[in-house]
Design a protein around this ligand. Structure first.
Ligand code: UGB
Length: 417
């Protein structure tokens, strides 16, 4: 009798120990999964740019609050500008601040192109009294903190993974910034009280392989030729959803190949300038049957006027704290120049301005996501935003070249694309 009892007791203790052991292993795995899951690292970590101690730093907070306060204009806007150290972002921030609006910049200062240029733009904005927070639009803790410190009336969303051809090299960066980042931003905006009105950068690339010109907002946009274009098109659909469900006022601006001082080194006009000056060959793409590839190049000051026109005419969002109270404004506008110029002509203008002959290599356009031409119909933006571009390519490139020579002589560097 005794023996079987002790055997049973032994078995009993053994199975309890086994149960405890496997429970511990199971809990350990759950904890391991939780701390290493992408969700937990993107939502709770502020590591890459805005560590928790910064979010609790009174000095950091007072800089955000001060920058977000309108200066002179009674009833000035309070604008959060994402992508503030980017090309368009820098110009928009400086112009808004100059007219007296409150502006807080946000930028993750990634290394897609020369971070030194982004830092130089940030210094320019510091001198213009705009504080640029280093942080990512994928960080909800940081975004919520900014909305806690400043009651933004508007968000000018310019942070994005730009560039048409780079999408073949790093497709996930487009999904991360242009889709996940945009959704994250909209989630925070929809929950804000009051909700801000949102103006954001879409792209002429949504017209994709369309052949009817000029491109009109009424045209279909279901033939993107690059992943970049597809993510911008997705952004337009996502904007529709957030407008529909939460009453967010959203305006999308389709920019047409924006160029000018403080521009992006990954764009053709910029690296053509660098290579022509260095005596390096440049490649000019052409279409089938020697078709001249052309762009509706649009000067930065004209684009900035369009951005401000969109901010100033944006109606208020109708929801609050995540609940829609009524229908809200949803708009999309072309911001182009309405006069396409062949890329070969752009090169001729640069040669004259730089007083250096380019070493040109003409090649058939590879299947790299590029489209053959762009041409904007801007009558809607003209009517609704008072948008009227005034700078032709010759004049705009002259200003760009002057800036380029001055900037890279002063800093003693050449552009590292
Ligand atoms: O409007 C937009 O929405 C987009 O505009 C811009 O794209 P694109 O219009 O393609 O400008 P960009 O790269 O400067 O090429 C210009 C021309 O040079 C040709 N090109 C280019 C490179 C080269 O080596 N040779 C060449 O001929 C090339 O074939 C093209 O015809 C932004 O980068 C993009 O982020 C987005 O905002």
């Amino acid at each position: 009798m005794d023996k079987p009892l002790s055997v049973n007791r032994f078995r009993y203790h053994f199975s309890i120990a086994r149960l405890v052991f496997w429970t511990c292993i199971f809990l350990g795995l759950i904890l391991l999964f939780f701390f290493h899951s992408p969700h937990s690292s993107s939502s709770s970590s502020t590591s890459d740019s805005a560590p928790r101690r910064i979010l609790a730093d009174p000095d950091w907070e007072s800089r955000v609050i001060k920058s977000g306060k309108p200066r002179s204009r009674a009833g000035g806007l309070r604008v959060l500008v994402t992508g503030a150290a980017g090309f368009v972002g820098t110009h928009v921030c400086a112009t808004l601040r100059r007219r007296g609006d409150g502006v807080v910049g946000l930028d993750n200062f990634n290394a897609y192109y020369d971070p030194a240029l982004k830092q130089a733009r940030r210094s320019l904005l510091e001198r213009a009294d705009v504080f640029v927070v280093k942080g990512d639009i994928n960080n909800p803790t940081l975004l919520s903190k900014l909305f806690e410190l400043v009651q933004f009336t508007h968000v000018m969303h310019l942070a994005a993974q730009a560039g048409v051809r780079y999408a073949m090299k790093n497709p996930s960066s487009y999904v991360h910034s242009n889709i996940a980042g945009f959704v994250n931003l909209l989630e925070v905006c929809k929950s804000a009280n009051p909700q801000p009105a949102i103006v954001w950068a879409s792209s002429s690339s949504v017209y994709g392989l369309n052949t009817k010109v000029p491109f009109s907002e009424k045209d279909r946009t279901d033939k993107p030729s690059s992943l970049y274009a597809a993510t911008k098109k997705a952004g337009e659909e996502i904007a529709h959803t957030y407008n529909h469900i939460y009453g967010l006022s959203i305006t999308g601006l389709r920019f047409f190949t924006v160029y000018g001082p403080w521009g992006r080194p990954d764009m053709a006009y910029f690296f053509f300038t660098k290579d022509i000056l260095k005596g390096k060959p440049i490649t000019i793409f052409e279409g089938p049957d020697h078709f001249s590839v052309a762009r509706d190049f649009t000067y930065i000051d004209d684009i900035v006027k369009g951005c401000l026109g969109a901010l100033d005419t944006a109606k208020k969002s109708t929801g609050s704290g995540g609940v829609k109270k009524g229908p809200a404004q949803l708009r999309v506008f072309n911001l182009g120049n309405t006069s396409p110029v062949p890329v070969s002509k752009l090169v001729n203008i640069l040669e004259k301005l730089l007083k250096v002959k380019a070493k040109k290599i003409v090649l058939p356009m590879p299947a790299n996501g590029d489209v053959l031409f762009t041409h904007a119909n801007i009558s809607l933006a003209q009517r609704e935003l008072g948008y009227k571009p005034t700078t032709d390519l010759q004049t705009g490139l002259k200003k760009f070249v002057r800036w380029y020579l001055n900037f890279y002589t002063r800093t003693g560097k050449t552009s590292n694309v």
